[in-house]
Design a protein around this ligand. Structure first.
Ligand code: ATP
Ligand code: MG
Length: 330
């Protein structure tokens, strides 16, 4: 796989609200997505995963504001990179779906209930490829449905006539309609059962092998990511606390929080692990602890942890971690 960056997030900060009452939901995030890779983003509820995804795609709902940073996108074929955060509304309309698409958390309920699958798929094509004939759009809609494992005779179905998993697949078909370089998928963890999630993720991964797009897959369930992603980034309290190739992270998580997450879900494959979970609850973003946000819950917390925020530093083998236990080598 090429190591060329397709998306580069630098110093991203996102707040909800402004001034003193602002909730700082994403803090100093640096993240690189390489062309064609599957990057898993995991973290407990409220850690800022969706906020990060919305900010990157400029779909942040109010009162969300991007308080700083850049999101650089490099088109395929060596075109000029663009900073998504500075695109005009018109540029953004052209950019979304065509270059980068997102399948939202709760996507299975975000299809338009009064439009058939055919209409929703062809609308995306019509908006971006005005020269495509009606027949060509229908042919492409059929091809897309087949690609995600839905029979073409469901083309005339309305969303309520489909199961949750099928609606999710239709959303994926829409996301792939214009062959974007990047697909961000915010997993509806509560809405679909584990088996269905796994099936959908497996399908997405095999499609990316064929089509070459890169995926950011967001979930609470790190065991899913261990199985399907190339790299994993772990978020806690709005920050990335660890990033590593999936196998390395599974082998040994460096951050005590990542380690806790790995022991919070049963792995489907591989040796059994004791499930211990993580004591305590996620931090209140409105009243963040001093120092490392995880330190109040961390069994390995020591003197610097409650004082300073550890920064994310490289620790060899393409890994990085934000933890004073590993801050030895600069
Ligand atoms: P989940 O796994 O539950 O989807 P998440 O990691 O996606 O969680 P976000 O939805 O990004 O988390 O939320 C991050 C933080 O921002 C949370 O603490 C949340 O309370 C806060 N937040 C989200 N939306 C808003 C909003 N509209 N106004 C104020 N705070 C918000
Ligand atoms: Mg979310």
């Amino acid at each position: 796989m090429s190591r060329e960056a397709v998306l580069e997030v630098r110093g991203l900060n996102v707040d909800y609200g402004i001034g003193r009452d602002a909730v700082r939901a994403v803090r100093d995030v640096d993240l690189v997505l390489h062309r064609g890779e599957v990057l898993g983003l995991a973290g407990e509820s409220g850690s800022g995963k969706s906020t990060l995804a919305y900010a990157v795609t400029r779909l942040l709902p109010p009162p969300g504001v991007i308080a700083g940073g850049s999101v650089r996108y490099r088109p395929a074929g060596g075109g000029d990179p663009v900073d998504i955060l500075t695109l005009s509304p018109q540029e953004l309309r052209r950019f979304r779906w065509a270059e980068l698409s997102i399948v939202f958390q709760g996507a299975m309920n975000s299809l338009n209930p009064v439009l058939t699958v055919h209409a929703q798929l062809t609308d995306v094509l019509a908006a971006h490829r005005p020269d495509m004939s009606r027949a060509a759009r229908t042919a492409r809609a059929k091809e897309l449905l087949t690609m995600v494992g839905i029979s073409v005779d469901r083309l005339g179905a309305y969303p309520h006539q489909l199961s949750g998993g099928m609606r999710q697949r239709v959303m994926i078909a829409m996301a792939l309609a214009l062959e974007p370089e990047v697909v961000i998928m915010d997993e509806p963890t509560t809405a679909l059962d584990v088996v269905m999630q796994r099936q959908i993720l497996r399908q997405l991964v095999s499609l990316r092998e064929r089509l070459g797009f890169a995926v950011v897959f967001i979930t609470h369930d790190i065991s899913l990511l261990v199985e399907f992603s190339d790299r994993i980034a772990i978020m806690y309290g709005g920050r990335i606390v660890e990033e590593a190739p999936a196998a390395e992270l599974y082998g040994s998580a460096l951050h005590p929080y990542s380690d806790g997450l790995l022991h919070s879900f049963p792995a489907l494959r591989g040796p059994r692990r004791e499930l211990t979970g993580i004591p305590g609850s996620p931090p209140d973003l409105a009243a963040m602890p001093r120092g490392c946000a995880f330190s109040p819950r961390c069994a390995k917390s020591f003197e610097p942890c409650g004082v300073r925020v550890p920064s994310l530093v490289a620790s060899g083998e393409g890994r990085s971690v934000a933890c004073f236990l590993h801050a030895g080598a600069p």
